[in-house]
Design a binder for this molecule. Structure first.
Ligand SMILES: Cc1cc2nc3c(=O)[nH]c(=O)nc-3n(C[C@H](O)[C@H](O)[C@H](O)COP(=O)(O)OP(=O)(O)OC[C@H]3O[C@@H](n4cnc5c(N)ncnc54)[C@H](O)[C@@H]3O)c2cc1C
Length: 335
């Protein structure tokens, strides 16, 4: 059974009963409903219910403030229609999905430790892995409630491989379930692809990738995708990490740079340990980017991913201080 969702603009789409949230139904139908994280954290998919009935999956989702709740706002990613509905939300072309998302069963093929708390996960789906470099998928670990968003670190491929770099978050239900409660050979639901911070293949601008912590995965994907294209546009890869213990996660990035002379890699540590000695830069990664490129920032295509404070600092630097046009800025905030 399907429910019909009508936007107050007149556009309409259908959502499968008991299967999809309003957000995923809209995106599957090619409707540009605003969204960012897809898991209740950011609030970008807020809407108003004009008529009809909705079941809420996660009442306390942090994407809504108390004020939002009092004003009757809801999150499309946490709403399952319980009948036909009319909703008020401003859709935007830029949110229309570039690749239609679908749910599949994926098998964990390998889990490889990169650092003490980050591992590369390789899942296999028996069909072409169809996504754009820089996008993410939702994984449903059985031992946790709800879905978690993880960015692919590889590029689209015919072998059906979806790779992720995942950090184990202390006390985090989803990430710990992926490390501890799924063995190689076991299956999980993978829904995707999602996200609009994907590689713009038609741009000829030099590229800057800025990764913070586990934001490494989508930046590695963007770098792999960009360097596979013909041409020699420059790619500057900046990584902001805490300490030397995080550096082994960069092996794949250094290997890529060794093959492509137009790629450079710079690392900034925010809290280096006394040993082994750190000769490199200390501080925050956005400060380094600003210093290196101040005169030419507006001429680049920017991709960045990582924790919210890093995203805000980079946005402020690019948009407010250097007036980089918004269409050349692409990012994912790991809420
Ligand atoms: C677009 C995007 C891409 C990301 N890519 C990566 C990546 O490549 N690598 C990486 O390590 N991390 C990534 N993250 C972060 C990742 O999605 C998780 O937030 C992180 O792993 C912590 O999850 P956790 O379950 O361990 O922690 P928790 O604190 O248990 O949960 C974290 C988030 O999961 C959601 N959640 C929690 N409880 C529920 C519930 N009951 N129902 C529904 N949702 C719930 C909420 O959004 C919450 O903020 C990404 C996040 C986003 C938004």
């Amino acid at each position: 059974m399907k429910y019909r969702i009508t936007l107050d603009s007149g556009e309409a789409f259908e959502v499968a009963h008991d299967e999809d949230t309003l957000l995923r139904g809209a995106l599957r139908a090619g409707v540009g409903l605003p969204h960012e994280c897809s898991v209740g954290g950011c609030g970008a998919c807020r809407f108003e219910l004009v008529e009809g009935s909705i079941d809420t999956l996660w009442d306390e989702a942090p994407g809504l403030t108390e004020r939002d709740r009092k004003r009757g706002k809801r999150l499309a990613c946490q709403s399952k229609p319980a009948g036909d509905c009319t909703i008020r939300v401003r859709c935007d072309e830029s949110y229309r999905p570039v690749v239609p998302a679908s749910k599949r069963t994926a098998t964990l093929k390998a889990r490889r430790a990169l650092t003490s708390d980050m591992s590369e996960f390789t899942f296999h789906v028996p069909e072409h892995a169809h996504f754009r470099a820089g996008q993410y998928a939702l994984l449903y670990p059985r031992a946790a409630h709800g879905a978690r968003a993880y960015s692919m670190s590889n590029v689209p491929n015919g072998e059906g491989l979806w790779q992720f770099i995942i950090r184990r978050v202390p006390g985090g239900a989803g990430s710990n379930a992926l490390f501890d409660a799924i063995d190689v050979g076991e299956q999980i639901v993978l829904d995707g692809p999602y996200g609009h911070a994907h590689l713009r293949e038609d741009s000829t601008r030099d590229i800057v990738c800025i990764a913070g912590g586990s934001g490494l995965a989508p930046m590695l994907s963007i770098a792999r995708g960009a360097l596979a294209q013909p041409g020699t546009r420059r790619l500057r890869f900046y990584y902001g990490a805490r300490s030397q213990a995080d550096l082994s996660a960069l092996d794949a990035v250094h290997a890529l740079a060794a093959e492509h002379p137009q790629m450079s890699v710079d690392v900034v540590l925010s809290a280096p340990t006394p040993t082994p000695p750190w000769q490199g830069e200390m501080g925050f990664v956005h400060t380094r980017v600003e210093r290196d490129l101040a005169a030419s920032l507006a001429a680049h295509e920017f991709y960045f991913a990582g924790p919210p404070p890093m995203i805000e600092a980079v946005q402020e630097m690019l948009m407010l201080r250097h007036r980089v046009p918004f269409e050349h800025i692409h990012f994912d905030r790991f809420v």
